[in-house]
Design a protein around this ligand. Structure first.
Ligand code: ADP
Length: 646
């Protein structure tokens, strides 16, 4: 080779040597550096002149130096090539005293000056840092997965376990022998069944197993399983972006227990509430019975034509009646409210003709309006007013509440107007008064129970429950209530009920006539009336009442059994029957009467202190002609008797 060419070659090798990304150096058997490249200078921070001729130990941290010459000697004695990454990870020491991780590969070379060792050195600080970061991230991941209380497992695309946490090992580990990672999901499920972990509840194991497997294949929602030892498991699987699956098995035993506890607590509360409702119902019954004597006899005294009361006595008896009626209203309203709140009220929504309800309400309110010189009026009904879907009795009750309030909280010569408007799906019935109005600060709580909006200190009697009941009743009928009011100007209370879509008939634009038809008592031949009742004061009351109605002969029976015999024997025009009787009940007695041809057509009036809605509907079913509650309203009873004895 000509010299020039050899020189060019050498130059090229040198450039390559210098430009290499790794540090290269050559040391002699004594560990003296004989050759370095630029990268070595850069890496260790020395100038080439400082490195050449110096001991290689200078580039090694102090603590490794002592053994190093022996390593070098041993290597020179039996040299072999050691590539990078073969485990020689060491530390380098820079000129400024800092250390950095390096990887070294060694190879023996022979030179003109004898055997040497060539070392390639790579600064692996960056790689180490990345590795450390990756390790830390992995550790975070593992420890967070492990800290999940539920059994976690991750499956790869081939449905093999990649990762599980301790909870998983605890739950399913004992049923699997050997290493868990790498197992197929099917194996996991298989061993769970083989180990008898899963409760089958009478199903074949294959069915339950297949349910689990197919849920895992296409997971949606959650799968519920139980273990043989009574734990409830909720399994939630989801497919990962890498087409693997994560699975979470949650022990929901505690949740179930808590839900059961909640349910039984609710049942207990409901039972307590029902007991309260029953208690109130029977209390109301107990209270109504003596009220019957009080109000019944007071009415008889008031009406006594043989020995008319003096004006003073009339005045006093009027107080007795008013007080008694107030007490009765209170009993009824508290009972009503508590029943609504206990969910014990059933609303029977039926097609209702608005005009009929208004007629009924107006005629009932007329007496009250007349007493306080308030004028009652009804605005003309809009044309084409549809029937509404409501509980007729309850709708009337709401309007009675609004109407009686409008009259009560009014002034002499005041006005109360019923107005009906109709908009799309709802009919609104408004009761408008020009009475005392309600103070602004009382408006927000007006529909709450026992709120009397300042009237508690006034002379007007009330319970503060009427509006609360009205609101709840309206809501039970899918309707609503509302109002506007201005002190000293008046108030408008309204109730909206849904239009009845099932019936197409509408009522014409008519103005109902207000007022009650005059009733005349028909005096005819003596008719028999049998009263089945065990309470002596009630019997005495009825006897007194019948004395007034000369044309009626009263026969009484203390039990239903005796009553039945008497009814068959006497064939009375009317029977009045108590419900709660010793022995056979009034319900059973009327059933008997309806089954006999000779008594089937005799009208039977129930007269009872029981006032639960349930009883009222039972009474109709049982075949009673009318159902009247105690305390007897003398006018009401005489009206019914007039109709029947006519
Ligand atoms: P109360 O038995 O006291 O009448 P309500 O629940 O029916 O009970 O009414 C609650 C309160 O609302 C009444 O005490 C009264 O202060 C007020 N109120 C209701 N309606 C009217 C009205 N039309 N005008 C003035 N105040 C009214």
């Amino acid at each position: 080779m000509p010299d020039a060419e050899a020189e060019a070659d050498q130059l090229e090798y040198r450039e390559l040597f210098e430009a290499a990304p790794d540090g290269f150096l050559v040391v002699d058997p004594l560990g003296t550096i004989v050759r370095v490249n630029q990268q070595t200078e850069r890496m260790f921070g020395y100038a080439r002149s400082e490195l050449l001729g110096s001991a290689i130990e200078n580039l090694i941290p102090e603590r490794f130096r002592a053994q190093h010459p022996q390593h070098v000697a041993r290597y020179v004695h039996s040299p072999r090539t050691r590539p990078m990454g073969s485990g020689l990870e060491l530390s380098g020491l820079r000129r400024d005293g800092t250390e950095f991780p390096i990887e070294i590969s060694l190879s023996p070379i022979s030179s003109a000056r004898g055997p040497m060792v060539a070392a390639a050195i790579r600064d692996v600080s960056d790689r180490k840092r990345f590795e450390e970061e990756a390790r830390r991230a992995n550790a975070y991941l593992l420890s967070s997965v492990d800290s999940i209380q539920d059994a976690f497992s991750l499956y790869d695309e081939a449905d093999r376990i990649v990762l599980v946490n301790s909870a998983f090992r605890q739950l399913l580990g004992p049923s699997m022998v050997g290493v868990i990672v790498g197992r197929r999901f099917e194996e996991v499920v298989g061993s769970a069944f083989d180990a008898g972990l899963i409760e089958l509840r009478g199903e074949p194991a294959a069915t339950v197993r297949e349910r689990w497997l197919s849920y895992h294949r296409a997971p949606s929602g959650a799968l519920e399983l139980e273990t043989r030892d009574g734990r409830a498991l909720r399994i939630i699987d989801r497919t990962t972006a890498e087409r693997g699956t994560v699975s979470l098995i949650i022990d929901v035993t505690e949740d179930r227990l808590r839900a059961d506890e909640l349910r039984s607590a609710r049942e207990q509360a409901e039972a307590a509430s029902n007991a309260k409702s029953e208690f109130l119902a029977s209390m109301s019954h107990e209270l109504r019975t003596p009220m019957n004597a009080v109000l019944g006899f007071a009415q008889l005294l008031q009406r006594d034509r043989k020995q008319p009361l003096s004006e003073r006595q009339q005045e006093r008896i009027a107080y007795v009646l008013r007080g008694g009626e107030h007490l009765l209203k209170l009993i009824d309203e508290v009972l009503d409210l508590s029943r609504i709140e206990a969910g014990g009220i059933t609303i029977s929504a039926e097609p209702v003709v608005v005009r009929e309800v208004l007629d009924e309400v107006a005629s009932t309110l007329e007496a009250l309006a007349a007493r306080t010189s308030v004028q009652l009026a009804l605005a003309p009904l809009p044309a084409g007013l549809p029937t509404v879907k409501a509980d007729r009795t309850r709708l009337a009750q709401i309007l009675m509440n609004f109407g009686s309030n409008a009259i009560k909280y009014n002034r002499p010569q005041g006005h109360v107007t019923f107005r009906v408007t109709h908009e799309d799906a709802f009919v609104r019935l408004s009761v408008i008064d020009d009475g005392v109005g309600i103070p602004a600060d009382k408006l927000p709580r007006i529909f709450e129970p026992f709120q009397r909006a300042g009237q508690e200190i006034g002379p007007i009697e009330g319970t503060g429950i009427g509006l609360a009941i009205s609101k709840r009743l309206a809501e039970l009928m899918s309707g609503r209530v509302g109002f506007t009011s201005q002190p000293d100007r008046g108030s408008t209370f309204w109730v909206e009920v849904p239009v009845d879509r099932t019936v197409s008939s509408t009522t014409g634009a008519t103005t109902p006539k207000l007022g009650v038809e005059a009733r005349s008592w028909a005096h005819g031949s003596t008719r028999k009336l049998i009263y089945v009742e065990d309470n002596p004061s009630n019997i005495a009351f009825m006897r007194d009442l019948m004395e007034e109605l000369h044309a009626v002969e009263l026969i009484t029976a203390p039990t239903a059994e005796i009553g039945l015999a008497l009814i068959r024997a006497h064939q009375p025009a009317v029977v009045i029957m108590d419900i709660n009787l010793p022995g056979m009940s009034g319900f059973d007695a009327v059933k008997q009467l309806k089954s006999w041809p000779e008594t089937r057509d005799i009208p039977v009036i129930a007269l009872t202190a029981a006032a639960l809605a349930r009883d009222t509907s039972r009474a109709g079913d049982a075949g009673f002609h009318r159902y009247l509650t105690k305390p007897v309203k003398v006018d009401e009873l005489t009206a019914v008797l007039e109709e029947l004895l006519g």
